[in-house]
Design a protein around this ligand. Structure first.
Ligand code: PLP
Length: 383
């Protein structure tokens, strides 16, 4: 089976983890924490970073550090991972969904404008699957309306927009180091901010609200969202390999793009002025009816894939009325292909050959079995 993802450890991960074990510094104190935070902040070009236990608590912490809570509205793309929306709900604020753009799959700035109300406090930009949002438009809108800008960069490590790394445009930004993210610490996350007071507030809240000046003095309802030294050790080693990880992923995307040319699908392409980190190499088939049969065809060929996220406005606990045609269509047509750095050219070609075979069979009108979803791939077949 060719999986969608697997972590890539070719650097000093083992060495650094063993240093934690040998020194007994395995909890959330130790030298790797500060080193990882500093190296990470330097890598993305942000003045301040604080590490956390995962990418979900990173967003929750970021929102709380900005003072977002009950009565506030936060504008968020409906096409995102559920953590973006859950964390807004956890603060007591209301998520207000917007549609996506067909060409980039990212948040639609014009729809953001339409959704602004007197209660809007912040816009959350999510750099989905490794391509940046239209940050020129989003920063302009936030400035014009006095809104805070939060960036969920969980899928955007290695993603650049007009020469700046994502996470450096907004008031605060978050990253995830889950096992399938571009760099991983097993579980882990990072909060970065341009303003010292904001990161200090995030640090205070992640660390039980303990006073910096008085021992065991806690002055606010707070959390333990800290990262361990072991995770930071892995993170530092991953960061040292980041350039080669991203180069490999971009090479893999080029192989896919080349091999999939001419088929009735769109590759999730890089856009001018951006660097796509290809967290996922993704396609959207032209006809949503092909999505599940194609995925099953690939599974039979030992290729794992994933569907694009469900639009969050359709999930039971997030549901709202509303019309989000682009997000809904992308969500129904999108497939994430195997995207991990160690994929070989041969494996990518094997995946693409299988996709070609699917469409050839479909074109000939042969039966494509898809658990009863659709018996015949071509509309002309006698069903
Ligand atoms: C992975 C991810 C998260 C959550 O990160 P975890 O580390 O899994 O908690 C949040 N937002 C997006 C867009 C993600 O892809």
């Amino acid at each position: 089976m060719i999986p969608v993802y697997q972590p890539y450890f070719t650097g000093r991960e083992k060495d650094y983890v063993n240093q934690c074990l040998d020194s007994t510094w395995i909890s959330s104190k130790g030298e790797f924490i500060g080193k990882f935070e500093k190296a990470f902040a330097e890598y993305i070009g942000s003045p301040h970073a604080t590490s956390v236990a995962n990418g979900t608590v990173a967003i929750h912490l970021a929102l709380e550090a900005l003072g977002i809570g009950p009565g506030d509205e936060v504008i968020v793309p409906t096409l995102t991972y559920v953590a973006s929306v859950n964390t807004i709900l956890q603060t007591g604020a209301k998520p207000v969904y917007v549609d996506s753009l067909e060409h980039s799959w990212q948040i639609d700035p014009e729809d953001v404008r339409r959704k602004i109300t007197p209660r809007t406090k912040a816009v959350m930009a999510v750099h989905l699957y490794g391509l940046p949002c239209d940050m020129d438009s989003l920063t302009r809108i936030c400035e014009e309306h006095g809104l805070l800008l939060v960036e969920d960069c969980a899928e955007g490590f290695g993603t650049w927009y007009h020469g700046k790394h994502v996470g450096t445009f907004g008031d605060i930004a978050t990253f995830s180091f889950f096992g399938n993210k571009t760099i991983t610490t097993g579980e882990g996350g990072m909060v970065v901010a341009r303003c010292r007071a904001v990161i200090e507030r995030a640090y205070h809240l992640k660390n039980q609200g303990v006073s910096p000046a008085r021992e065991y003095w806690h002055d606010v309802v707070a959390y333990n969202y800290r990262m361990t030294n072991i995770c930071a050790a892995i993170g530092l080693a991953q960061l040292e390999s980041a350039a080669s990880i991203i180069a490999k992923k971009r090479q893999i995307a080029d192989w896919y793009r080349e091999a999939l040319r001419g088929l009735p699908l769109k590759f999730h392409d890089e856009l001018p002025g951006t660097v796509h980190s290809y967290w996922m190499c993704s396609i959207a088939v032209d006809d949503a009816a092909d999505r599940q049969p194609l995925r099953e065809h690939l599974r039979a060929a030992d290729v794992e894939t994933r569907p694009l996220f469900h639009a969050c406005h359709t999930l039971p606990h997030c549901a709202v009325e509303g019309h989000f045609p682009v997000a809904s269509s992308l969500s129904a047509r999108g497939i994430n292909l195997p995207s991990y750095p160690a994929l070989t050219r041969k494996q990518v070609e094997q995946v693409c050959a299988s996709i070609h075979a699917y469409f050839q069979r479909a074109a000939r009108g042969q039966a494509v079995d898809s658990a009863g979803l659709r018996r015949y791939a071509s509309a002309g077949s006698a069903v």
